[in-house]
Design a protein around this ligand. Structure first.
Ligand code: MRU
Length: 348
């Protein structure tokens, strides 16, 4: 298997996505040919991670347009509106999903004078562009972020913000990969990330296959390691950053940020501009997905929790901006983010 992970790829007339639910035991692509099937792939976590969800969404829109390419413009537009709705309903927290829909919808609207066939081609080209740009953005974040890590740094990360969560390279793991590429010796501490185990299954897999030293811990061990001086920096990804710099990321991130603050360890968030939602003033307005209780009560078909117990399963939490040392973006680092600094970033 090549070193580069192609989380999603276009194959002649359909989309293929790595089935992240079965990694690392099995490596398999699943084929998608409509917006509804892509929405189901997002909902069921075949593809996950905010930027990868954005790319999948763009392809979902293009696939639907290709299906409708021989229809009248009324039928085409009606079909496309249905596609936007079905994609919008797949997962609520990652803003990249809504960002990709807005981007594809405006391209469509700019070309309404063309035939359905021509619009479909333009939308497919745009989806390829979203994917290509994602990798370039990750590379740019990587070079800014790499400078923040000292040679020999032990970097804790939560969830998977790697190549699998993007079109390639990764956001938080992209920073680590870029630092390694500059010759720094970086070792990774991967939180296992209960309950879906993205850290144990995906981050550990990505790092092991590239020979980047990685140590797996369960989520409740990070405080202990920090208190012993065994963590030099935290780098995580994000699903949505509010206008004031509050960060939504995988459940458990807030806990890590509080601990990092307690131990004076820098806490960085790798964050493409497409993940910043300036329409939302603060983190309390970010919708938090509640996932099936089965993810907490057991794994696959095995249940370890007592039958009848009530369960909560919020998939994300909010880390207040005051706990964020810096947002690593493709335009540079925003230290101690505030509304003002974020506005300036967009204006620069
Ligand atoms: O539920 P998931 O696996 O989609 O959650 C993913 C995360 O929380 C990632 O940290 C985030 O999307 C950033 S990915 C570059």
């Amino acid at each position: 298997m090549s070193k580069n992970i192609e989380t999603l790829r276009w194959n002649v007339d359909h989309l293929e996505m790595i089935d992240q639910r079965i990694l690392p035991a099995d490596f398999q692509y699943i084929t998608y040919d409509s917006a509804a099937s892509v929405a189901e792939g997002i909902r069921s976590m075949v593809v996950r991670g905010a930027p990868a969800i954005g790319c999948a969404t763009a392809y979902g829109v293009a696939l639907e347009a290709l299906t409708l390419k021989n229809t009248s413009s009324e039928e085409f537009l009606k079909g496309m509106e249905d596609a936007f709705v079905v994609l919008q309903q797949s997962r609520p927290t990652a803003i990249n999903l809504f960002w990709a829909i807005d981007r594809m919808r405006s391209i469509m609207n700019e070309n309404l004078d063309l035939s359905s066939n021509e619009i479909a081609d333009i939308l497919l080209k745009e989806a390829h562009k979203v994917k290509k740009e994602d990798i370039e953005i990750n590379r740019a974040m990587g070079s800014f972020g790499a400078e923040l890590l000292q040679d020999g740094a032990r970097v804790l990360t939560h969830c998977n913000a790697g190549a699998l969560a993007t079109a390639g390279h990764g956001t938080a793991l992209g920073v680590i990969r870029s630092a390694v590429e500059t010759g720094k010796k970086i070792s990774v501490i991967a939180d296992e990330t209960r309950p879906f185990l993205q850290g144990a299954r995906l981050t550990a897999w990505e790092m092991v296959r590239e020979n980047i030293p990685v140590t797996l811990i369960s989520d409740n061990m990070s405080g202990h390691l920090m208190s012993r001086g065994e963590v030099d920096a935290v780098v995580v990804g994000t699903d949505r950053v509010a206008g004031n710099g509050d960060v939504a990321n995988k459940i458990g991130t807030y806990m890590v940020a509080v601990l990092a603050n307690r131990h004076n360890i820098p806490f960085y968030v790798a964050c493409p501009l497409s993940t910043i939602d300036r329409s939302i003033a603060s983190g309390s307005d970010i919708p938090i997905e509640e996932r099936p209780t089965k993810e907490v009560t057991g794994y696959k078909d095995y249940q370890w929790a007592a039958e009848g117990v009530s369960v909560r399963n919020p998939a994300f939490d909010i880390t207040p901006a005051e706990l964020v040392t810096g947002l690593i973006t493709e335009k540079g680092i925003v230290y101690q983010p505030t509304s003002k600094k974020i506005s300036q970033l967009f204006d620069s």
